[in-house]
Design a protein around this ligand. Structure first.
Ligand SMILES: *Cc1c(COP(=O)(O)O)cnc(C)c1O
Length: 252
């Protein structure tokens, strides 16, 4: 596949196609398609392509690198005339957290106590409450970040005392598989954990968002209950991502 930026409406068409596929997947599962939020993952995408996505009705953008995101936010600042939400979806180092309090609406990649404390501290300094998702390494892959399933509940209980951070749900990256059907059990397990934790009514913890599903597997994720899908390639085409991707971005 070619880079699709500047090909006159290709991004808009891709978004329409993704929306239709989400709609059909949701209906198959008896769900309301409006419950599913699309995050357009803009790593490696030029500002013109991002603007095309925004013009096509995208409200949420995802980046997995802090520096790249800040650069794009600056470049787009005077070019976009309505608010968009940025999501940090990649593995996060403590020393980058200070840039996020004012620039993202949610961090999807909370995966350690150290990071939780840092997010809480920097959010307090900024006078904000930062929404976060806890990243779960459902299949316990060596190559991926995230907590193991059996660690999640205790972790969440412990961070529930962080007053400047609010857990809003869970995030996972499914193992890379040729056939998206093979990711179904992973999505199902994450949903089960999401429901179980939600039922415990832990103070300061809300299980609102289940962020799972990428270009290759988002329909299965939606069938299994995702209400956030993070989609790059199916919207923007294959990009030349020159920097080293995070461990576990789902690509082989
Ligand atoms: C790149 C990335 C995505 C999007 O991947 P595609 O396969 O291009 O849709 C989603 N989530 C994370 C964490 C990513 O790094």
């Amino acid at each position: 596949m070619e880079i699709m930026e500047g090909m006159g409406g290709a991004i808009r068409q891709n978004i329409e196609r993704v929306r239709e596929r989400i709609e059909r997947a949701a209906r198959r599962a008896g769900r309301n398609p409006d419950e599913v939020k699309i995050i357009a993952v803009t790593k490696g995408v030029e500002p013109a392509g991002i603007i095309e996505a925004i013009d096509a009705g995208i409200f949420d953008l995802g980046e997995n690198r802090v520096q790249e995101m800040l650069g794009k936010q600056a470049a787009l600042k005077d070019m976009v005339n309505r608010p968009v939400n940025w999501h940090m979806i990649g593995h996060l180092q403590n020393n980058k957290v200070k840039y996020l309090a004012g620039s993202v609406s949610m961090i999807h990649s909370l995966d350690s106590m150290k990071l939780a404390r840092e997010i809480d501290k920097k959010a307090e300094m900024a006078g904000k409450v930062m929404d976060v998702l806890v990243q779960v390494n459902v299949a316990e892959e060596e190559t991926k970040f995230g907590l193991k399933k059996h660690e999640v509940l205790d972790f969440i209980k412990e961070i529930s005392t962080c007053r400047n951070m609010k857990v809003r749900g869970l995030m996972a990256i499914a193992p890379y598989v040729e056939n998206p059907e093979d990711a179904r059990l992973v999505f199902r397990e994450l949903r089960k954990l999401f429901i179980d934790i939600g039922r415990k009514n832990i103070d300061n913890i809300d299980m609102d968002y289940l962020s799972m599903g990428m270009s290759k597997d988002f329909e299965v994720a939606v069938e299994e209950g995702a209400n956030i899908v993070r989609i790059g390639t199916a919207i923007f085409g294959k990009r030349q991502v020159t920097h080293c991707l995070e461990r576990g971005d789902g690509t082989p």
